[in-house]
Every structure is written in C-alpha cells, then in structure tokens.
Design a protein around this ligand. Structure first.
Ligand code: ZN
Length: 212
C-alpha cells in the first residue's frame, strides 16, 4: 500500500459545506486481509473510508460516493472515527428518507454495513443479548440482501444461517452441487453449524482470498 504524503483528498458536506480530508492512497490492496463468515474483512492496514459519512459539524449523514472528490496539495487528514451501530441506523433512516439510487447499489452498501455493524456489536466485540426488535431488524435486513444484493450462493447460505433460517440455509447449500467444491472447508464448516443450529458469525482463517 502506498500513501501520498504530499497530497490529500477532500469532500464537502452537502448540508453545511464542512470539509473532510482523507489520505490519498495511491495503491491500496488487501493482501493479508482475513475474512469473517459474513464477508467482513479484517485489516491489516485498510485505510478504507466508509461510504457513509457523518458530518463533524452539522451531524447530518451523507454518502461519500455522491460528493465531488478533490485532490489538494497538502497532507491533511480529518478525524475518521468509524460510525457506531446506532449512528449507522440513524444514517439509514435519514438516507432512506432522502431516497437511494435506483439500481439499489447505495442501499445494498449501507445494508451490508448494517449487517456487519450488528455482528460487530452483538457478536464480535462481545456477546450481547439481542432484543426482539433488533433481531427482526437484522433478519429483514439480511433477507433484503439475500434477495437483492448477494450474488454468491455460499454467502446467501451463510446469511440464512445467521438469521436462524437453518432449513433454507441447508436447502440453498444442497442446491450448490456444481459450485460447492469452490468453497470446500468453508462450506463444510457452515454445514456443520447449520446442523447444530448455530447462528453465530465465525472467523474464517483459510480461503481468505476467494470471496468478494
Ligand atoms: Zn455538515
């Protein structure tokens, strides 16, 4: 990975015009990145900036992909705390009220983030009890992703497993006869957990470069 220390990139809040600076990454890669079963990547060194931004001045949310990005001849980096799960949910409410793009990419993007943030908060950082309301939100979100956004069958299987739809998960896995071999150990591990009715997200230590 190479960062240009002589320049930065900048975007502007569409509501109050506050500027946000971030690193100009000349070549970013994810060599050595590792994956969770839900597809979330874990470092090392991924200075990836979220597409969902919260303005540090007015507190409104906006999509980075909709803003004109400019390069400036100066190294300047604004604070970039990742949004908390609660903030991401707020962002989702605000941004859906404003309307997403028609091809569904923006919505898919934020819904994936919500899925990962839910798993971070309730399963990865520590185990927290999930309320009925939260569980319904997680489920509806995952079903939307399965239907409209996930293109890999193995990930559909995994998302069904994570919302506790074990029968559907098994059914989808059984339908993967032609492609299951591509995932080998990962598919076997998911199947083992389906049979145990285990819906926990888990860390995938191998097959890290084959997905997404
Ligand atoms: Zn603002």
């Amino acid at each position: 990975m190479r960062i240009d220390f002589n320049s930065s990139r900048v975007i502007t809040c569409p509501f109050c015009f506050e500027k946000k600076y971030f690193m100009n990454c000349l070549s970013c890669n994810d060599v050595g990145a590792r994956y969770w079963s839900d597809g979330k990547r874990n470092g090392p060194m991924l200075p990836e900036m979220s597409n969902v931004q919260k303005c540090s001045r007015c507190g409104k949310y906006y999509l980075r992909s909709r803003q004109q990005e400019q390069e400036v001849d100066d190294f300047n980096v604004s604070d970039d705390e990742p949004l908390t799960y609660q903030e991401l949910k707020e962002a989702f409410v605000q941004l859906s009220a404003e309307g997403f793009d028609e091809d569904g990419e923006e919505e898919a993007d934020i819904r994936f983030m919500l899925h990962y943030a839910h798993n971070d908060y309730y399963h990865r950082e520590e185990k927290r009890p999930v309320s009925e309301e939260e569980s319904k939100f997680f489920r509806d979100n995952a079903l939307w992703l399965i239907r409209y956004a996930i293109d890999k069958d193995i990930l559909k299987v995994e998302f069904y497993r994570e919302i506790g739809e074990f029968e559907m998960a098994q059914k989808c896995l059984d339908m993967m006869q032609d492609t299951r071999f591509l995932w080998e150990d990962f598919a076997n591990e998911i199947e083992r957990r389906i049979k145990e009715k285990d819906s926990e997200v888990f860390f995938v230590s191998r097959h890290k470069d084959r997905r997404r």
